[in-house]
Ligand binder design. Structure first.
Ligand code: ADP
Length: 267
């Protein structure tokens, strides 16, 4: 299931400016998959603006010889990092996005959040989008494509790099990005078993005040005050998550095929 074996990542040497190579730092990401942790915690994943100054030949020399060529090239690029993260509903995208953006300063662009903002604003697009979201279906490209593209092209995304979450979800969306010349350096796929996903979704709650996500059983609110203000997403019911899972399974292979040379799969 894993595309990158541990062996392909562990030989990487730190980007530390010290003259002697030091071992990679311990993973800082609490994801159960050690390969994803290693990749994400590797110093070479740091956007160039945050890296210590050094020559590009040095960067290349320090990277693992065993990592797939495309990923080695991506890590050595002298540009802000561009990452896409994909996965079924409740596969942990939100948690990983928070950790990755905190660590690398990337702009988090969530297609679902952009759509929910339109729904909340009761715009024409929002009203139409909600009909599809309630059925667990993909919102039509006419609404989503420009919304995401415009956000990707904003100055902060261009300067800091971006983490695109939940987009593309179909071959046409992936092809659209390619047509615009928008290509990520790394595509992360979170692959989690279906039983776990349904349980996670049904118990998931949001604190609208802090944006923090809770789970009624596994990560309950700290006190009654927080508990009393928690909300549930309108599409986080068992019936709707099953529809969203079907949509995910129908499309994920098409999207993966576009990014297979840069995919890191984690379960
Ligand atoms: N790239 C996209 N294309 C079309 N519709 C989307 C896209 N991303 C999100 N949506 C819509 O928004 C809903 C919620 O998406 P999201 O917040 O990513 O949650 P989840 O991954 O849990 O389904 C989806 O079920 C779908 O209706």
């Amino acid at each position: 299931m894993l595309i990158l074996g541990t062996a392909s990542l562990s030989p990487c040497v730190s980007f530390s400016p010290s003259p002697s190579p030091s071992p990679p730092p311990p993973p800082k990401f609490p994801h159960p998959n050690p390969n994803l942790n290693l990749l994400l915690s590797h110093p070479s994943f740091t956007p160039i603006s945050l890296r210590p100054k050094q020559s590009s030949s040095c960067s290349k020399r320090l990277l693992s010889q065993n990592a797939p060529n495309s990923i080695v090239a991506a890590l050595a690029k002298a540009e802000p990092l561009k990452v896409i993260i994909s996965g079924a509903p409740a596969s942990g995208k939100g948690t990983q996005c928070e950790l990755i953006t905190q660590k690398y300063g990337l702009v988090h662009i969530s297609a679902g959040d952009l759509l929910r903002a339109e729904v909340a604003a009761a715009s024409e697009n929002g009203k139409l989008a909600k009909e599809y979201m309630e059925k667990g279906q993909l919102v039509p490209n006419e609404i989503v494509v420009m919304m995401v593209k415009e956000r990707l092209l904003q100055l902060d995304s261009q300067q800091r790099g971006w983490l695109l979450d939940g987009y593309p979800r179909s071959s046409s969306q992936a092809a659209g990005l390619e047509d615009y010349g928008i290509r990520p350096d790394v595509f992360i796929l979170l692959d989690v078993s279906e039983d776990i996903l349904v349980e996670r979704v049904v118990g998931r709650r949001l604190d609208p005040l802090t944006g923090k996500i809770y789970h009624l059983v596994y990560s309950p609110p700290e006190n009654d005050e927080i508990a009393s203000r928690l909300t549930q997403r309108f599409d986080d019911t068992e019936e709707k998550v099953k529809l969203r899972l079907c949509t995910h399974h129908e499309n994920v292979d098409d999207v993966l095929s576009v990014y297979k040379d840069i995919t890191v799969k984690a379960c």
